[in-house]
Ligand binder design. Structure first.
Ligand code: SAM
Ligand code: SF4
Length: 351
């Protein structure tokens, strides 16, 4: 980065002559969806995600915005059609809009079908219009409760009013907003139908997520875990849920809600193993490629990226890694062991 603008070298400079070898893993799944965590930092401290006194990575460890651009472009050359920027909070990374604007060129050429972000919404008022200008059309915003006091308790540092302003700005800018809600035992479990009605009244799909045992937090994860099978049974007493084949490329299974006319998604890594159709890989802000959110195996792409200006070494490293993509995860929330199943936080690999 120099002055906040990304200078994109032409493909002969980077040697990124398309390596057309698609990414097909040992189980025949084609990888077409990349999630990139652009920072591990965040302006919230959600209780299930981080400890309040989180230690973040030193800035020098991070890929520069140019490197992130080059890495994403290499993946697009190898068949990625859907790119989601996440974090940490993606919109708190300095000059992040220059990366988003630059990646938008792949939408214009048609190489990329969708460029999107997952955000906590705190900075959306500022960035909504620009996101739309860059070609972003759908975003995910995470809200676990509509109660301002409780929102403060769950996020520790968040302000629900600001997030709501951000969502309004996003809608006005023309962005479609999907709400993500992590289902938390005792915390928001009795607000799920209220959230569903609010979302559908305002034209947002809602996706419910089970807590996953990622990284050390203060407290006990078994206290937070609420199986979505229970939630669905409860919701079925109040709403008519019909399984629909709607897909966004992600792991959610969707239902149409007859009474509200909206869609409800469930992401159930714990109660239902969704791995068999997994088309995703994740890159961290330091350039580590995780082939599975729920496994520790990873490939370092920062060294191959920096090893040469061309992408040959990088592409080889990507191919080797995809060749080891595991069949599935081994998440268990274990009452006996207080250790998380995977030691890194969600904010490192991105949600
Ligand atoms: N900061 C942004 C946000 O909150 O949307 C993007 C990153 S956040 C890690 C992405 C998603 O992961 C959010 O919807 C968040 O609620 C979810 N998440 C974080 N930690 C989680 C965990 N341990 N289990 C399940 N979902 C988690
Ligand atoms: Fe930040 Fe998102 Fe984690 Fe909350 S869930 S602490 S907003 S990264």
């Amino acid at each position: 980065m120099t002055d906040g603008k990304i200078v994109v070298p032409n493909s002969t400079d980077t040697g990124s002559a398309p390596s057309t070898a698609s990414m097909i893993d040992p189980y025949g799944r084609m990888v077409s969806y990349l999630r990139v965590s652009v920072t591990d930092r965040c302006d919230f401290r959600c209780v299930y995600c981080m400890a309040e006194d989180m230690t973040f990575l030193p800035k020098r460890e991070l890929l520069t915005l140019e490197e992130l651009d080059r890495l994403c472009t290499a993946f697009i050359d190898k068949g990625v059609r859907k790119l989601r920027l996440t974090g940490g909070e993606p919109l708190v990374r300095k000059n992040i809009m220059s990366l988003i604007r630059s990646l938008g060129r792949h939408l214009e050429t048609g190489a990329l079908e969708e460029l999107t972000i997952t955000t906590n919404g705190s900075q959306l008022s500022r960035f909504a219009n620009e996101l739309y200008e860059c070609g972003v059309r759908r975003i995910n915003v995470s809200i676990d409760t509509l109660d301002a006091e409780k929102f403060k308790t769950v996020t520790r540092w968040g302000d629900l009013g600001k997030v709501m302003d951000g969502i309004r700005a996003a809608k006005e800018a023309g962005l479609q907003v999907k709400i993500n809600m992590v289902a938390l035992k005792d915390v928001n479990e009795h607000e799920i139908s209220t959230m569903l009605e609010w979302c559908h009244q305002h034209g947002h799909d809602l996706t419910l997520i089970e807590t996953m045992p990622l990284g050390e937090i203060e407290g006990d994860r078994t206290d937070q875990y609420l199986p979505l099978s229970t939630v669905r049974t409860r919701l079925s007493e109040q709403f008519t849920l019909t399984n629909i084949p709607y897909k966004t490329g992600g792991p959610a299974r969707y239902y149409a809600v007859e009474e509200t006319g909206g869609r409800l998604g469930f992401i159930t890594p714990m109660t239902h193993n969704f791995c068999e159709t997994c088309n995703r890989v994740r890159v961290t802000c330091t350039g580590q490629l995780y082939m599975c959110l729920g496994q520790d195996d990873m490939a370092d792409l920062r060294a191959p990226l920096r090893a040469s200006e061309g992408n040959e070494i990088l592409n080889k490293a990507i191919d080797e890694a995809i060749g080891r993509k595991p069949k599935g995860h081994d998440f268990i929330i274990d009452r006996n062991s207080k250790q998380p199943a995977v030691s890194r936080h969600m904010s490192v690999t991105g949600g």
